[in-house]
Write a protein that binds this ligand. Sequence first.
Ligand SMILES: *[C@@H]1O[C@H](CO)[C@@H](O)[C@H](O)[C@H]1NC(C)=O
Length: 411
Amino acid sequence: MKSISVPLFLAAAIQDVTSAVPTGQDDSVTKRLENGLGRTPALGYNNWNNGGCTHATADAALKVADLLISLGLKDAGYQYLNIDDCWSSKSRNSTGHLVADPSKWPQGIKPVADKIHGMGLKFGLYGDAGTMTCAGYPGSQGHEAQDAKTLASWGVDYWKHDACYLPCATGGVPQTCWDSRSNTKSYYATMRDALAGAGRPILFSMCQWGRDSVWTWGKDYGNSWRMSGDIANNWNSLATIAANAAGMSQYAAPGGFNDLDMLQVGNGGLTENEERAHVGLWAIAKSPLLIGTDLSKLKQSTLTILKNKALIAINQDSLGKAAGYFRPSGKPAPVGGKLYPYWAGPLKDGVVVGLVASDGAATLSFNFADVPGLGSGTWKWTEVFTGATGSGTSISAQLASHDMRVYKITK
Ligand SMILES: *[C@@H]1O[C@H](CO)[C@@H](O)[C@H](O)[C@H]1NC(C)=O
């Protein structure tokens, strides 16, 4: 969703409705997505959170490519360079093809994609399942096969498929239809099959904002699915998204992941502690990590968080299982929609535990015996942000408000 923002409390309410009422949906398409892509969450960049429409140009894309390399982000694993809405002309050409806006892409898309490939990166573009993109550029509805072939011919590696201007069950075609009775499945199936037939592996990133309980069926359709409305540049937004994602951890697996939306670190709305928690939560929830800020102005503290090797390794763990809440004995139970401090999830060679000071400065503690996948006895641990290591039967950490610690725990 773009251009208009739906308050998160509304998005959360809609999710509650959609998860409770999966009525009237077309389940006839059941082909499982097996495109070999997205075995781990996508790592990369998307320009949208840095100024929306303003940087959907060849110049901006190549500048980002240079910075991903010079800042060491490519070496840290960030490989997709994705351009969001506003890259195309406002209309298709006479043969019905999408065309790049010549004022933004003077040589077209392909030479830029080629150059980006030559730098060891991958290239992504954005489109929409409806009649128009959220910013009013041509959508793919009715043109899916043609568009998928065009993308393949340009060398596109990643396609984000938004959901503006889809029909509403209640009639009309508004920019953003939040009607929970509308059915996004069929549109995403059409684009999935179009991409599968395009002759080039293209990662399919579904962006329909968590409608129709997408987390329950997304793995058969795309490599990732947004599970919420758009993230805003503040703590409450990211905390609410993470709280909702905690209950969807079982749906993440190699080939298909919950997408908590593009990162806001670097954009000035978060403290350093909050930036750590943002990337930490996204990483352990196995969300794609797409940087969305002006890389030329990145603070060292933000860069350090983004390049954290141990954290990225947890996000990219081959098991592909997401962390969710666990409740240490004696602690209060989680409250729906509210970020809870205690997270855990399996890794191929251990367990990850996240502690987040969601309610202000706190001492957070737990016994290993209370962590799913661990048990009584002595365990070794490493904390990814401080580098601290230790062993024992429990952990207690003093955290400043909204800060996070992420522990990898092994035998
Ligand atoms: C329309 O655009 C496509 C690709 O963008 C191109 O291959 C095709 O030749 C164009 N058609 C015309 C009539 O210009």
